[in-house]
Ligand binder design. Structure first.
Ligand SMILES: NC(=O)c1ccc[n+]([C@@H]2O[C@H](COP(=O)([O-])OP(=O)(O)OC[C@H]3O[C@@H](n4cnc5c(N)ncnc54)[C@H](O)[C@@H]3O)[C@@H](O)[C@H]2O)c1
Length: 362
C-alpha cells in the first residue's frame, strides 16, 4: 500500500507523548508535516522527530496538497473547529476526543465531513483496546447464543487516579503562551456551570462511548436518572442503552493507579473488565468471564498479542482504514450521541440545582 501522507496539528502534551510517536512508528504512515502556532515549540518537535515540513498555523497545512490525512489534538473546544476546517480543505481527519462540546458544534462538524466527503475519526482509544475487543466479542456472542441467559444489567465505574503513569517519553517545552481557545458550550447552559460541564464531559465521554459500543446501543440511548453532587461531577447517572439498564458511577479517589471497571451481567454470569491507566503502555484491559451453573467457572481470556497499547492500535487502525469506504469504529456520526447525552445529563442536573436553590430560599 502507498503510505498515508499525514499532517499533524498542535504538538502539545498528547501529540508529543502519544500520537506523534505512534504515527511515526506505524509503517504505512509518513508524517510529512507539522503545524504549531507556538513556532519555537514546533521547530523543536519537527527536529526531534525529523518531520520534513513545518507550518505556523493549521490553515497553512490545510493548503498542502501532498497531505492526504491530518491528526489533531488541541484544546477540547478548539480541536473540533480545526477538524472542520481540515475536512472542508479536503483532508481525512483523526482528532482527539471530545469531538465537540455542544450538539450544535457537533452537528456542524459532521455536516462538514458529509459536505466534503471526507472521513473523521474521533480518538476513543478504549474501542481499540485489545482487552475491550474481547469483551465486545464475548458480550455479542453470549447475547446471540443465549449461553448465559438474558443480558440484565451493566455498570461502569470511573473514579480515575494517576493516568499519566510516569510515561517517560521526552517532551519539548516552550515559554510561548498557548493560543486562546474559543468558549463554546451549549447556549442554554448558565455560565457558572460551564467549567463543571466541560470537566465532566471531558472525562466521562470515554466511559459512555465505551458502554454504548460494548452494548451495541448506537443512538438508542436515553437518560433515566441523574444524581450528581453540587460539583456536577461525582455521582450516578442511569441510562437506558438499547433496552439495558446501565449505571455510570463518577467521582474521585486519591489512588496511585486507576480505578475504572465495567461489568456486564447476564442471568447466569458476567463479563467484567478492568481498564488500564490511560498512558500505561502495552497494557490492555483485563477481562474476566464468570459462568454460573452446576460447574461454576471463572476464566481470564488474554488478547493475542498479549501486550499492546490502545493508543498505538488506534493510530494503526486510522492508517489502515482511512482510505476504506466503511465508517470508522469511532466515527464522528457515532459520537454525536455522546455529545447529545452530555447536554441531556446537564439539562437535568442544572434543573435540579435550580429546584434546590428555590427550596433553600423558601
Ligand atoms: N484520549 C485521551 O485519553 C486524552 C487524554 C488527555 C487529553 N486528551 C485530549 O487531547 C486534547 C489535547 O490535549 P493536550 O494536553 O495535548 O493539549 P495542548 O494544549 O498541550 O496542545 C495543543 C497544541 O495545539 C497548538 N495549537 C492550538 N491551535 C493551533 C492551530 N490553529 N494550529 C496549530 N497548532 C495549534 C497549541 O499551541 C498547543 O501546543 C484535549 O482536547 C483533550 O481532550 C485526550
Amino acid at each position: 500500500m502507498e503510505k498515508i501522507r499525514l499532517g499533524y496539528i498542535g504538538c502539545g502534551f498528547m501529540a508529543q507523548k502519544v500520537h506523534i510517536p505512534n504515527f511515526t512508528g506505524t509503517p504505512d504512515c509518513e508524517l510529512l508535516a507539522l503545524a504549531e502556532v507556538r513556532t519555537e515549540l514546533g521547530a523543536k518537535v519537527q527536529k526531534r522527530f525529523g518531520i520534513p515540513r513545518l507550518y505556523a498555523h493549521h490553515h497553512e497545512l490545510a493548503q498542502d496538497a501532498d497531505i492526504e490525512a491530518v491528526a489533531v489534538s488541541a484544546d477540547f473546544a478548539l480541536q473540533g473547529e480545526i477538524a472542520k476546517d481540515l475536512l472542508l480543505a479536503g483532508k481525512h481527519v483523526f482528532m482527539e476526543k471530545p469531538m465537540a462540546v455542544s450538539l450544535a458544534q457537533a452537528e456542524a462538524i459532521v455536516d462538514a465531513s458529509r459536505t466534503a466527503g471526507k472521513k473523521l475519526m474521533v480518538g476513543y482509544m478504549k474501542r481499540y483496546d485489545a482487552g475491550n475487543e474481547i469483551v465486545k466479542e464475548k458480550v455479542t456472542q453470549f447475547r446471540e447464543s443465549g449461553e448465559l441467559g438474558r443480558l440484565t444489567y451493566a455498570r461502569n465505574h470511573g473514579f480515575g487516579g494517576d493516568w499519566v503513569c510516569n510515561l517517560d517519553t521526552q517532551m519539548d517545552s516552550t515559554e510561548e503562551p498557548k493560543p486562546s481557545a474559543p468558549i463554546i458550550t451549549p447556549e442554554w447552559l448558565p455560565e457558572q456551570y460551564r467549567r463543571p460541564y466541560l470537566g465532566y464531559l471531558q472525562q466521562y465521554t470515554h466511559n459512555i462511548n465505551l458502554m454504548r459500543w460494548l452494548l451495541d446501543a448506537g443512538d438508542d440511548v436515553s437518560i433515566t436518572a441523574v444524581d450528581l453532587d453540587a460539583n456536577g461531577y461525582a455521582g450516578v447517572v442511569l441510562f437506558n442503552m438499547g433496552g439495558i439498564r446501565v449505571t455510570l458511577e463518577t467521582g474521585h479517589v486519591s489512588h496511585y493507579r486507576w480505578d475504572e471497571h465495567s461489568q456486564i451481567y447476564f442471568e447466569n454470569g458476567w463479563v467484567h473488565t478492568w481498564a488500564p491507566p490511560l498512558l500505561l503502555k502495552n497494557t490492555p484491559a483485563e477481562v474476566e468471564i464468570y459462568r454460573a451453573g452446576e460447574e461454576q467457572e471463572l476464566t481470564r481470556p488474554i488478547p493475542r498479542p498479549a501486550w499492546t497499547w490502545a493508543y498505538r492500535r488506534e493510530a494503526e487502525y486510522f492508517v489502515a482504514n482511512v482510505r476504506s469506504d466503511e465508517p470508522f469504529r469511532s466515527s464522528a456520526e457515532d459520537t454525536l450521541t455522546d455529545v447529545r447525552l452530555f447536554e441531556e445529563i446537564y439539562r437535568i442536573f442544572v434543573a435540579q440545582q435550580g429546584i434546590g436553590a428555590v427550596a433553600r430560599t423558601l
